[in-house]
Ligand binder design. Structure first.
Ligand SMILES: [Mg+2]
Length: 179
């Protein structure tokens, strides 16, 4: 059975939506995500670091549209692990665990890996919105040191040739059946 590694933030949880809401709450400024595709996150969300360190930020993240059905599908068919680099924000660990319990109750604690670096992670397929994680998972001689920018896509790794739009989990589901 293939092992599928799925990221949380930006794949299951809509972090950008939360950052937009927090920015609006604090400064009244409206950030339009569609205008910022390709911009580094630090520039798109100048107060982002403060916001992600706020108690409750990760616990109240909206679920990415369509992701629950997609994850249920993967869970029934493959060996699924949720892998999130929660150590970057230590306060998020409990919040992420509780968030998964509320929104993805079919995922057991044994399938949840909250870690530091994802370099130690092994599997057959990684679904992650951070190119750097995919570069380690799918190493190539031409590995590029890419910056983290706002994206419209959830990347599934170059080897598979798929690039799935965040909200198009129907396509995602079609693609995964090919694995
Ligand atoms: Mg992510």
């Amino acid at each position: 059975m293939k092992r599928v590694i799925v990221d949380m933030d930006g794949v299951m949880a809509d972090v950008y939506h939360q950052l937009v809401q927090f920015e609006k709450r604090d400064s009244g400024r409206e950030i339009e995500i569609s205008n910022l595709v390709g911009i580094p996150e630090i520039e798109a969300f100048p107060n982002g670091k403060k916001h992600v360190n706020e108690v409750g930020f990760f616990r109240t993240l909206p679920v990415m549209e369509g992701s629950r059905a997609a994850l249920e599908y993967i869970n029934n068919k493959y060996e699924l692990y949720i892998v999130s680099a929660g150590m970057e924000f230590p306060n998020s660990l409990r919040e992420k665990f509780d968030w998964l319990g509320e929104h993805f109750p079919f995922i057991s604690w044994e399938q949840i890996v909250l870690c530091g670096s994802k370099k130690v992670i092994h599997g057959d397929v990684m679904i992650d919105d951070y190119p750097k994680n995919l570069d380690h998972f799918y190493p190539t001689p031409q590995r590029a040191d890419r910056k983290r920018t706002l994206q419209e896509s959830v990347f599934m790794g170059r080897d598979h040739g798929y690039s799935v739009r965040k909200k198009d989990y129907t396509f995602f589901r079609t693609s995964i059946t090919k694995w």
